[in-house]
Design a protein around this ligand. Sequence first.
Ligand SMILES: Nc1ncnc2c1ncn2[C@@H]1O[C@H](COP(=O)(O)OP(=O)(O)OP(=O)(O)O)[C@@H](O)[C@H]1O
Ligand SMILES: [Mg+2]
Length: 237
Amino acid sequence: MTALLSVEGLAVAYGHIEAVKGIDLAVDAGAITTLVGANGAGKSTTLLALSGLIPKSGGRVLFDGEDITGLPAHRIVQRGLVQVAEGRATLTTLTVRENLELGAYSRRDRVGREQDLERIFTMFPRLRERASGAAGNLSGGEQQMLAIGRALMARPRLLLLDEPSMGLAPLIVQDIFRTLAALNREGLSIFLVEQNVRQALRLASRGYVLETGRVVMTDDASALMVNPRVREAYLGG
Ligand SMILES: Nc1ncnc2c1ncn2[C@@H]1O[C@H](COP(=O)(O)OP(=O)(O)OP(=O)(O)O)[C@@H](O)[C@H]1O
Ligand SMILES: [Mg+2]
C-alpha cells in the first residue's frame, strides 16, 4: 500500500540544535497513525515542519505521491494536509461561527462551505448552541472541538493533531478521541501526536515512538501496547 503521507529523513534544527534528526514516517490512507513521545521529544517540531510552518533542514515529504517538501504552509493546506491548531488557538474575541468560517478562508465554494458548517454543527451540537457567542467563553473541551471543526472546514484529506488531550479532563478526552474515531470511520485519515500514549495507541492502528528527535520504534499500535519497552517507558510498566 502506498502511504498517503510519506516522510523520508526529515530533519529540523533550531539554530545549531537538531530537534528532529532524520525520521521516516508512513501514514496510510484511511488510517489513524500516531506519533507518541515524552516532553521535548520533537513531536510538535515534526508537525510544524510537515505543515510548512517551520523550515526543514533535511529530508523529503511526499503527500499523495507528490513532493511537498518546499511548499509554503498555505499551499500545503490547500493540498489537504491540515493541522489542528495546538493549544486550541481559537480567536477568543471572534464568535464560534467566525472561527469556523476562518478555517475555510481559502475555499471559494460557498455552498460547500455552508454544508460543511452544518455538518460540523451536527457533529458538535454545543458549537451550534454557542455559534454566535465569543469563542473565548467556551470550555477547554469545546475549544478543542472548535479547533477540530475549524480544521475540518478546510476539507482535509489528512488531519494532523498536536496533543488534543492536553489539559483536558479524562471524560472530555474520551469525547475528543471518540470524535476522532468517528471522523476516521467516515474516511478521514488522521495523524495524531500525543503524550497520552495509552489513549493514542488504543485509537490508532499504527504507532511511532519518538525519543530525542529519533524514531526508536514503529509497529502496529496493538503490538506497541504490549511491547515491554513501551510499557516500561510510557505505560507505567
Ligand atoms: N522555538 C524553539 N527554539 C529552540 N528550541 C526549541 C524550540 N521549540 C522547541 N525546541 C526544542 O526542540 C526540542 C523538541 O521540542 P518539541 O516542542 O518539538 O517537543 P514535543 O515532543 O512537542 O514536546 P511536548 O510534549 O512538550 O509538546 C526540545 O528540546 C525543545 O526544547
Ligand atoms: Mg509539543
